[in-house]
Design a protein around this ligand. Structure first.
Ligand code: AHR
Length: 506
């Protein structure tokens, strides 16, 4: 047994928990939209063709914001293809994923789905093959109330009220050579700034997101953000971050520590943004929108011959997640919460089928992948303020990230309800950890406590169509309450949520 200790202090507040931390991403890619959230003719489909089994799982997952419609897809997308009578919508080539886009689902359908799922839309405009005018046009269509050509077209298409979309991504990953319309940082910075000015002229209160690097391994990482922010600092509210992690060559130890890389990523972009802000003598603090993050076995995808040429809704990157992946996803959420003072929006990529917590079969069931569980539990329990959470515990050596803590955790505290939640991982592959959570600084008594843990003797176990609940969260009974706090045993390779309620002694 290893031992670790964490002292929580209700005064050590990092920032409020941002509900937008629990965002997700729906791209017109593979089977995310078609046979994912939309499948007319499916036994569970509603009057709009939306799968109600997927809607129910989306609500259970607790997602708040949904980035739409891409991704790489958006950089070649014509939004107006997806409006008006379905029979007249064009089928188009999607060059990003070499698929056929039928345009059966467009912004009107997606807005209806988002209202049913009770999520906020984060809309990405095409700054790859398009520019300022098209961004203004889609904005007029979705947000102008009435009395202009595109607002009235939306009304004629059945949506009397505007959608009131507040968050707008100015393009997607334009630093990447794979991106349609890939640009230099300078060219993108100029286009993003012109688009931001135009959108703000239309609606000053929008929240705008400039593209940051598509990963920290890009050769232009950091320099890209610096140049883009020099052009846009006082015009945008966020710079985006994207990161995908995977296990390489069976190196579970490094993979389990990849949240340390996310920590470093965030700290680097905060430092870069603040240095531009200082140089421009701006009083604004740039926020980070971590609007693509997840586990993605990208190298497997890159090594495979792509067989989905020019088909509708092919099976693309339908990664099946195991226990280690779920622990990593839980840990990445710990990292995002820890940075809640600067990361104020985030989207796990993606929602259904495509590297997703929810899987479906056409005409068949929908089920929860392993990674569904830490996300849903964190979204449900993280309330109030994020507390600075420093773990005193063992460390281990990793090949990729050097020395890393064996235990990583973050806590939240809701002063209104007295609820405290602690989210914690044990990265050790063999040895359990006894974690002591010291609550003496609260000066209160622990009334109730419960813990649930995701772990398994087989860390490669997955949830499949035939065994949909092979890996779930289970109550952790190795939990005890003491005068000054609680102790919980964390199994090897595990993610745990501890929920406590604290109250005055009298
Ligand atoms: O989420 C899959 C893809 O990853 C997105 O389309 C792109 O933005 C990123 O590279």
């Amino acid at each position: 047994m290893h031992f670790a200790h964490v002292t929580l202090d209700p005064a050590a507040v990092v920032a409020p928990v941002n509900r937008r931390t629990f965002g997700t991403f729906v791209e017109h890619m593979g089977r995310c939209v078609y046979t994912g959230l939309y499948e007319p003719g499916h036994p569970s489909a509603d009057e709009d063709g939306f799968r109600t089994d997927v809607l129910a799982l989306t609500r259970e997952l607790g997602v708040t914001t949904v980035r739409y419609p891409g991704g790489n897809f958006v950089s070649g997308y014509r939004w107006e293809d997806g409006i008006g009578p379905r029979g007249r919508r064009p089928r188009r080539r999607d060059l990003a994923w070499r698929s056929i886009e039928t345009n059966e689902v467009g912004i009107d359908e997606f807005a209806r789905w988002a209202a049913k799922a009770d999520v906020e839309i984060m809309y990405a405009v095409n700054l790859g093959t398009r520019g300022v005018q098209e961004a203004l046009d889609v904005h007029e269509y979705v947000n102008q109330s009435a009395g202009t050509y595109l607002a009235d077209l939306r009304r004629a298409n059945g949506a009397e009220k505007p959608y009131g979309i507040r968050m707008w991504c100015l393009g997607n990953e334009l630093d990447g050579p794979w991106q349609l319309g890939h640009k230099t940082a300078d060219a993108y910075g100029q286009l993003a700034s012109a688009t931001a000015r135009a959108l703000r002229a239309a609606e000053p209160g929008l929240e705008l997101i400039a593209c940051g690097s598509s990963s920290s391994s890009m050769p232009t990482f950091g320099a890209w953000e610096a140049t883009v922010l020099e052009h846009t600092y006082d015009l945008v509210d966020y710079v985006s971050c994207h990161a995908y992690y995977e296990e390489h060559d069976g190196d579970i130890g490094s993979f389990l520590a990849c949240a340390t890389d996310m920590d470093h990523f965030v700290d680097s972009i905060v430092a870069t943004a603040d240095s531009i802000g200082a140089r421009l003598r701006s009083k604004r603090k740039m926020q980070l929108s971590f609007d693509e993050w997840n586990v993605w076995y990208l190298s497997r995808y890159q090594n495979q011959a792509q067989t989905h040429d020019w088909r509708v809704a092919p099976r693309v990157i339908e990664d099946e997640y195991n226990v280690v992946d779920a622990v990593v996803v839980g840990n990445l959420l710990i990292s995002l919460l820890r940075h809640s003072d600067r990361v104020t929006a985030a989207c796990q990529a993606q929602l259904v089928n495509v590297i997703a917590p929810i899987r479906t079969e056409p005409d068949g069931p929908a089920w929860r992948q392993t990674i569904f569980h830490p996300f849903a539990r964190t979204a449900a329990l993280a309330r109030g303020d994020v507390l600075r959470t420093v773990v005193d515990g063992p460390t281990y050596q990793t090949t990729r990230y050097g020395e890393a803590p064996t235990v990583d955790a973050v806590a939240t505290h809701d002063v209104v309800t007295g609820e405290v939640a602690v989210f914690v991982v044990n990265r050790d592959e063999d040895v359990p950890v006894e974690l002591t959570i010291d609550l003496s600084r609260f000066g209160l008594v622990v009334r109730t406590v419960e813990a649930s843990t995701l772990s398994d003797d087989d860390v490669r176990a997955t949830n499949t169509v035939d065994h949909q609940d092979r890996v779930v969260l289970r109550p952790n009974r190795q939990l005890s309450v003491h005068a000054s706090g609680v102790q919980v045993v964390l199994p090897p390779v595990s993610w745990t949520a501890v929920r406590l309620s604290v109250e005055p002694t009298h």
